[in-house]
Every structure is written in structure tokens, then in C-alpha cells.
Design a protein around this ligand. Sequence first.
Ligand SMILES: C[S@@+](CC[C@H](N)C(=O)[O-])C[C@H]1O[C@@H](n2cnc3c(N)ncnc32)[C@H](O)[C@@H]1O
Length: 231
Amino acid sequence: MSDWIDFYDLKHSVIYVNARHRDVHYRTIAEDIRAYVPSPTAHVLDYGCGEATSADLIATASAQLVLVEAAPNVRASLTMRYAGHPKIVVISAEQAAALPKASFDLIVMHSVAQYLGEAELDGLLTMFRALLKPGGLFVLGDIVPPHLAAPAAAFALLRFGAADGFFWAAAFGLVRIFVSDYLRLKKTVGLSHYTEVAMLERFKRAGFAAERAARNIGHNQHRMTFLARAL
Ligand SMILES: C[S@@+](CC[C@H](N)C(=O)[O-])C[C@H]1O[C@@H](n2cnc3c(N)ncnc32)[C@H](O)[C@@H]1O
């Protein structure tokens, strides 16, 4: 599903209705991820981090933060943003696959699984299991359930906009998403959806003990976050 990587590799992704939305979005996610950092000595990996404009919030709470981004232009801009940051390293998906085993206390992949085929997701679960230290935690966020995903996402965005002062931009942004490549890619390449039961089964097959978190990371509570530890 690499077309989704191209879709996200734009200077101004249509997914964010304006700069305020992008920054509030990434701050919300960073605050939620920070709550999972187990200690200030923790090594953390954020896979498919996107523009990650608030990654320093996570880095401040940990010893090292590795940001993995497959889209080359997004990665280049992350590299510039965090150049010289003492705790943040930016790498590609290929470099992540070559990292030493048992390197991380916390691995997060948020709002990426819907863009992966099932075999691709299984491959990453296996990789993350190997990259986690014994007792480490894998957090899989923003899993999209099969029913009512689109209206729930639209409603959650409008509510997010109303709470944070960009309601009309959110409404306009929804129209822009509607006429963008998003719907074409959704039809041709597809988006992956999972029920809670199906995802728990997938974790089990990949050698994880997992449970659904009480709330999803970010603003859309129709979607699910899972907490998993290697068996
Ligand atoms: C919606 S953004 C999520 C960014 C960030 N994690 C967040 O929650 O805002 C989706 C991300 O998935 C990444 N992505 C899409 N398809 C991918 C694939 N096949 N392999 C790795 N990353 C992928 C994109 O590059 C993009 O950064």
C-alpha cells in the first residue's frame, strides 16, 4: 500500500485542515504517548510518526526517541526540525528494520495500520516484538473498526475543531479531503479495518499478550488503541 506513503509525502497534507489543526493534533498525540513512557531512562520508537511537531514532549520524558518515517519529504523535514536535538533521531523504515534486537522499552505505531495490508501489519508486529526489550510495551493506536468509520471520523474532526478554535476550517477541510486523492486511494488501494476481537487474535498469533486500552490515543474515540507485551 505504498501509494499511501506518497499521499502523506506532501508539504501540506490535506489531512490537516490548517497549521493549527496539525499542531493541536500532534500535541494531543504526543501528550498521550508521553503518558506511556515508563521512565526517564526509556528508549522509545515512534513508527510512522508523520510530522511529529511535538515530539520533544515525548523526548523530554525519555532517554532517546527514534522517529521512523517512510515518506522521504516528511522525513527530510523532520530531520531538519530535530537536527541537533540531543535525544531525537530520525530514520527510515529500512533503517528501523536493521536496528538491533531488544533496543526499546516502548514502541508506538499510531494511525498507520489502516494504510497497511494485513501481511504488512503482521511483518511489523514480528519486527516490533524483536525490537522490544523484555517487558517492553507496544502501543498500537487509531485502529479503525469496520463500521461507521467515515462519519465517526468526520464528526470527531468537527468536535475537535469546535473545542480548539478551528471548527469552520475543519468543515472546509472535510470538503477538501472529499475532493482530494484520499477517496480515490480509499477505493483503489483500500484502508484496513479491524474489529477488537480480530486485532486481539492477530496479536496472539504474533506472540503478544494484548488488551484494548480504555481510550484511544488522540481525538477520535470511535477508534481503538491496544497495549501489547511480548509473551
Ligand atoms: C495519518 S499519518 C500518521 C502520522 C502520526 N503517527 C499521527 O498519528 O499523526 C499516516 C502515516 O503512515 C505512514 N505510512 C503509510 N503507509 C505506510 C507503509 N506502508 N509503511 C510505513 N509507513 C506508512 C505515512 O508515511 C504517514 O506518516
